[in-house]
Design a protein around this ligand. Structure first.
Ligand SMILES: Nc1ncnc2c1ncn2[C@@H]1O[C@H](COP(=O)(O)OP(=O)(O)OP(=O)(O)O)[C@@H](O)[C@H]1O
Ligand SMILES: [Mg+2]
Length: 372
């Protein structure tokens, strides 16, 4: 990514930045716009914010609309990507090479991997955090998967609505049976894809994690489901197993009035040396595990798309110890365009490739020379 231009995005009125192809470091005090800047990069890449579902929050308070524009050079051709948002009506539009395009045509041209302090929740948080991590990663390279997830969510909501409205009265009705079948069919698609990607991700995560722990620890995400899933189950087998499990819980579901079986209830249990690290890992082990997962995500996206994603490190680099910093820098080493935010240059440590420094103050960005 060579250029980033913001117009009325969060606390930025107008900003144009020429970026370093290796490393860009944004320093500044709290509440000046560091995270906002990374958010804008994710927004122009994916059309989504990682902080809010209510996207009009992204528009600067006094303004009616916002745009984020970027120039990206990949495989020797330069492309212009833009996402725009209006407040009233709340509407988002995508532009590629100056032409309006659909979301599905837009996605996949620029990929990002974001690492923030909140990502520790991938290890110690609720199952949803881990499902979101895996689903998010798959969606980045597969708009079809994103669509399949949405479709699953629709079916789930309709089934839950039915259970809430009729409760035990609906038990054994053909209507509920039909939703169960749809849920099993769509759910099997999701689980099949998750298992497939997880095999590859686990391989990459184990490698990254071994490097970070100098070969001492093994990290694995173990898929946990209400249904038994033998190695390399076929989609049709998963569908049949899901349907059987749903039927078994039918009575209970009509009692508690919600769907209890399906990929929305599954988990990816993080294990270190075979031990549940969600419960037992130390702070340091959790950090190392998350970092390994992020590095694995980076390698996974590179494998799928042919290009390394942008790596965005919000307030985490200064939190890593010297060994982890060194491993991280070795992993990105001149191959991954990286964006780092922090409050001061002092605690960034000594392991950094050369790059550009910027100083952010109240939504304005200036070049910054830390060593002068
Ligand atoms: N839509 C908006 N319009 C104008 N200003 C906004 C908008 N949304 C957020 N802000 C401002 O942006 C500021 C937060 O910026 P940001 O989260 O990027 O800070 P930061 O530099 O990352 O700080 P920290 O170091 O605390 O993480 C808030 O103080 C808020 O006032
Ligand atoms: Mg911040």
């Amino acid at each position: 990514m060579e250029k980033l231009a913001l117009h009325n995005f969060r606390n930025y009125k107008a900003l144009t930045l020429a970026l370093d192809r290796n490393l860009n470091i944004f320093l500044g005090a709290n509440a000046q716009g560091k995270t906002n800047l990374l958010e804008s990069i994710v927004f122009v890449a994916s059309g989504r914010s990682f902080r809010t579902q209510r996207e009009t929050e992204l528009i600067r308070w006094e303004a009616k609309n916002c745009q984020v524009t970027t120039l990206v050079t990949q495989r020797k051709s330069t492309e212009r990507l833009q996402v725009g948002l209006t407040r009233q009506p709340a509407k988002k539009s995508y532009f590629y090479g100056g032409k309006a395009v659909k979301r599905s045509q837009y996605l996949g041209r620029l990929l990002t991997v974001l690492f923030t302090p909140e990502d520790l929740a991938i290890i110690k948080g609720a199952p949803q955090e881990r499902r979101n991590f895996l689903d998010g990663l798959i969606s980045k390279v597969s708009p079809v998967y994103e669509y399949e997830l949405q479709r699953y969510g629709q079916i789930l909501r309709q089934k839950n609505q039915l259970l809430r409205t009729y409760g035990e009265k609906i038990f054994a009705s053909p209507e509920l049976a039909s939703w169960n079948e749809q849920l099993a069919r769509q759910g099997a698609k999701i689980i099949t894809r998750r298992l497939f990607v997880l095999r590859r991700l686990n391989l990459l995560a184990r490698l990254a994690h071994r490097r970070l722990t100098q070969g001492e620890e093994n990290l694995e995400l173990v898929y946990q489901s209400a249904v038994f899933l033998p190695e390399k189950s076929k989609e049709t087998e998963i569908e049949a197993a899901l349907l059987a499990a749903i039927k078994e819980k039918n009575k209970q579901e009509t009692k508690v009035k919600q769907a209890l079986v399906g990929p929305h209830r599954d988990d990816l249990l993080p294990e270190i040396n075979g031990i549940n690290s969600r419960l037992y890992a130390s702070q340091g082990q959790q950090r190392t595990a998350v970092l390994a997962l992020k590095l694995a995500e980076m390698e996974y996206l590179k494998g799928e798309s042919g290009e390394f994603p942008l790596l965005l490190l919000d307030d985490v680099f200064s939190e890593l110890d010297e060994l982890r910093r060194k491993s991280l820098v070795e992993a990105i080493d001149g191959r991954v365009q990286t964006f780092i935010t922090g409050t001061s240059a002092e605690n960034l440590g000594s392991y950094l490739p050369t790059g550009k420094f910027f100083y952010i103050h109240r939504g304005e960005v200036k070049p910054y020379a830390p060593h002068q």
